[in-house]
Write a protein that binds this ligand. Sequence first.
Ligand code: HEC
Length: 176
Amino acid sequence: MYKTLVIVSLLLSFSGHCADEKDVLKTIKKFGKELKKELKKGLKKSATEAIKVCHMKAPEITLKNSNEKIQIGRVSLKNRNPNNVPKEWMLSYIDDFYRSGNKTGYKIVDLGEKKGLLKPIVTMPLCLKCHGTEISEEVVKEISAKYPNDKATGYKTGEIRGFFWAIYTPTKPKKE
Ligand code: HEC
């Protein structure tokens, strides 16, 4: 009986329109994993094939991982996809991440009724083929065909490539 009650109350708390930090971090982790899986699948064929996959799948995976509780996405000051320009509320926090050199933490931002979360995405060797300083001619061609205003190159391993972001309604709204 007690067990049933616990399960029911757990289900109820998950089915509301609220989320907490842990849910958001979990959602972002899952999102990142799915992106990387598709990327690696594409790279097995070729870098140009992987660009096609990212071009098609990244926006789709982003939408799929957003719901009524948590909206998520990726942004960068040097974005590839024109939709990935940071929003106004993100700018000063992005600046803080660069200034402090903090690449492993995350930041919760108060947005009134909602909260925002930003988490740096760090460049790894795997990323350099399409975001690095020496990019093959065929990759450049494929990228500029799909993203004529691409800014997302010139990165080195360990640098911040961009940020995961989330907006969510916290489970316990702040009392005035
Ligand atoms: C095969 C080429 C390729 C590789 C390798 C690659 N990316 Fe990308 N990346 C892309 C493409 C294409 C987009 C644009 C996707 C879209 O249209 O939403 C992108 C977009 C992004 C974005 C969203 C911001 C923006 O610029 O639009 C981030 C962040 C990002 N990549 C990080 C990484 C990281 C970190 C790695 C390594 C783990 C990586 N990428 C590896 C091709 C690549």
